[in-house]
Write a new protein. Sequence first.
Length: 369
Amino acid sequence: MIFTNPRKTRLEMPAGRYAITGFWGDIVDADHKPVPLSKIYDHHWVAINNRHRNEICETVPYVFGVGAESRHNPVNLPAGYGYVVDETVEWGANIHLLRIDGLSEAAAKECNECYYAPGKGKECTAAQNGTFKCCGERDYDGVGSCPAQRADLPAETFYLRYRVSYTRELAAVAPVHISVATAPDCATFYAVLRDERRPEHLAQYEFETPTDVTVLFAAGHQHVGALNISLFVNERRVCTSYPRYGAERGVAGDELGYLVQMSPCADASTGPLAWTKGDTVRIDSWYSVAPHDPRLQYSDGTHLNVMGYMYMVYTRGEDADSHSPLLRPPSPGREDPLDGFAMLQAPLEGSTVRGTRAWKRVPLQAAAA
């Protein structure tokens, strides 16, 4: 297991002032060949910076990423738009990988879903079952491993390979903002439990838009077991992002039983979404909790450490940059959210949200308030 420190895992990016128009990445081996998820499970990789703030769910601070689906899910902005970056921006990556070759299907599932097991580190206790503490959080040197791992596996080197599309013609680009809405209620992750009586689990999050915006791009991020994630505006479903599961054993990009792609909810092909000040926006994240899921190689109905994220790129059309507050304007007495580097160091706190056990990062000052 490895969970890199973004302050020490710097991303090489263009110098000076520019606008990012596209971003893509995947995990490769020393020969730059894509690595199957059945060998190295890409829990997530996220590109963060010191200026970005998530205006919807501030505890999820990434700009680009995120997980097992990423090699099939590039972010490509419509022509004439870009994420504007200036000379003060510093970039880093949090890369969370789990080596699961040599594990049984059941053991691989429990490794990928952060189950508790003895020997996974001193912070991985039974009380932390399903949390990052049982998934190598802050294992910056990659010394931890899941139980039942073969001792004779050779050491190998793996890389995050990424491609950045950008322009320096800033006069031709309208700045965009990027935020992520997560269910339930801005959770970093949550748990869904086997239920034979109600085999589908729903988690939701709702917020009100403080200003008119145009959503140019939206796509879901979910884990194995997911059914779909949708956007609703004023109780009307406006788009849905669906998972695709792989069908070939050991083939990178089509790994049997793994979630390998999320369809876009909104992009250039569907056209933009218009939000008006005062609109109520909701995301619905659905997972299967049936005892048997025929899409997977192994299933028992329960899935820990799942996510229900809706990644969104939006604009007002008149913004000077990509960092000034838009959906979360400053208010008296409210502290500015932490930047991405600091937010990833914030502790995780668990709670029960409408019957669902969920965890989210809580900045220390908020936890003490």
